[in-house]
Design a protein around this ligand. Structure first.
Ligand code: KIV
Ligand code: NA
Length: 264
């Protein structure tokens, strides 16, 4: 199938169709999700706390994300491959954002990048788009700002809904090809979607957005512990993998593996 590009996502919104996005951080999940028809793969800075073992997304670096991005981009034949610019790699100036974005397209082989932040970043988005870097905007709850926002909290409630709409309009006008919203009331997300022509993507943002995204380890039940309210688990990979590892270890200890059929 032909490569999905940003204009296909825009066509989806125009036609009233929806699309699916998942994170991916390496070869096999990228291949599997691509072949399953997931339209957009995100090398999220959530790799920080889903691959590298950190507690938050803040510590992950450009140099850590680039090889993951390259692996996903090489493995996905159809999906649009989007990379997160990690905390500290774009906030200083539009020039810093352009330089980091170029690295993700050149060294990471990404097709687009995502940055967190509202209307303040319109100039940054404009500079990146001018440089040939498609930008997805991420508003609402922005995990890189969790220390400023006071932890994981729903954004855009009540009077704050208007601010979110203004952010989305400013970012879309600056040339963002898509606006992603995290932890936003469904009603606010619907208002944002109605206010802009570019597609929207939601995570904990109700059902009115053009697309939806989940972290794949949450979607497939690989991660343990408490899941956020917005997560739906479609598999229980943690149990499946744990049982496989235990069965293998049991076979090794009892001498059942390797058998004659595995031996030369
Ligand atoms: O890093 C990430 O995984 C994300 C998505 C959850 C939107 O930004
Ligand atoms: Na992210």
């Amino acid at each position: 199938a032909a490569r999905i590009r940003t204009h296909h996502l825009q066509q989806a919104k125009a036609k009233g169709e929806r699309f699916a996005m998942l994170t991916a951080y390496e070869q096999y999940t990228a291949e599997i999700f691509d072949q399953a028809g997931i339209e957009v793969l995100l090398i999220g800075d959530s790799a920080s706390n889903n691959v590298f073992g950190n507690e938050t997304s803040l510590p992950v670096t450009v140099d850590e994300l680039l090889p993951l991005c390259r692996a996903v981009a090489r493995s996905a034949k159809r999906a649009l491959v989007v990379a997160d610019l990690p905390f500290g790699s774009y906030e200083v100036s539009p020039a810093q954002a352009v330089a980091t974005g170029v690295r993700f397209l050149k060294e990471g082989l990404a097709h687009a990048v995502k940055i967190e932040g509202g209307a303040f970043y319109a100039g940054t988005v404009r500079a990146m788009v001018q440089a040939g870097i498609p930008v997805m905007a991420h508003i609402g709850f922005t995990p890189q700002s969790e220390h400023s926002l006071g932890g994981y909290r729903v954004q855009g409630r009540g009077d704050d809904a208007a601010r979110l709409v203004e952010d989305a309009v400013a970012l879309a006008n600056a040339g963002a090809f898509c606006v992603l919203m995290e932890m936003v009331p469904a009603e606010t997300a619907a208002a944002v979607d109605a206010a802009i022509d570019v597609p929207t993507i939601g995570i904990g943002a109700g059902n009115a957005t053009t697309g939806q995204v989940l972290v794949w380890q949450d979607m497939a039940g690989l991660r343990g512990g408490k899941m956020a309210k917005f997560v739906k688990q479609y598999a229980d990979l943690r149990t499946t993998l744990g049982a496989a590892a235990k069965a293998y270890a049991d076979d090794v200890r009892s001498g059942q593996f390797p058998g004659p059929e595995h031996s030369f």
